[in-house]
Design a protein. Structure first.
Length: 137
């Protein structure tokens, strides 16, 4: 005797998981971190599916094809959360003397050179630096 299975109703409530990832663009060297809310659902046919939200907006899964917002490259390394922040901490200069040193910028700079920018531009080597020391990726 043939029985038609009853449809499984969609889950009335959703399960939400919070995850964060760090990303590094292999083309331009930009590094960034993003937190996601991952909603787990079940469709009316009983198949599970997930919805990713970043800053309240629905976005594609960061594990499929993340892209760099600066250069548009799809060649992006995904790492566990905290890698970009850790790289930023290792690049901060040590505390200096309490009395400011003489300004020698004019002596070191060649004629026509621009003043150094105040904002740090991260390069790929800066972001991957922690991986070279501990052997874990």
């Amino acid at each position: 005797m043939f029985h038609t299975p009853l449809p499984i109703p969609a889950t009335p409530s959703r399960e939400v998981v919070h995850e964060a990832y760090a990303f590094a663009c292999m083309r331009c060297g930009r590094g960034w971190e993003q937190s996601y809310e991952i909603e787990h659902h079940v469709d009316p046919q009983g198949r599970p599916f997930v919805v990713y939200l970043a800053d309240g907006e629905r976005v594609p899964s960061p594990l499929t094809r993340p892209g760099c917002a600066v250069c548009g490259s799809q060649v992006v390394r995904i790492m566990r959360s905290g890698r970009v922040a850790a790289a930023a901490r290792t690049e901060q200069p040590p505390a200096g003397p309490l009395v400011p040193a003489q300004d020698t910028t004019a002596v070191r700079m060649s004629p026509g050179a621009k003043e150094p920018a105040g904002e740090r531009h991260w390069h790929l080597s800066d972001l991957l630096h922690p991986f070279r020391h501990n052997g874990r990726a």
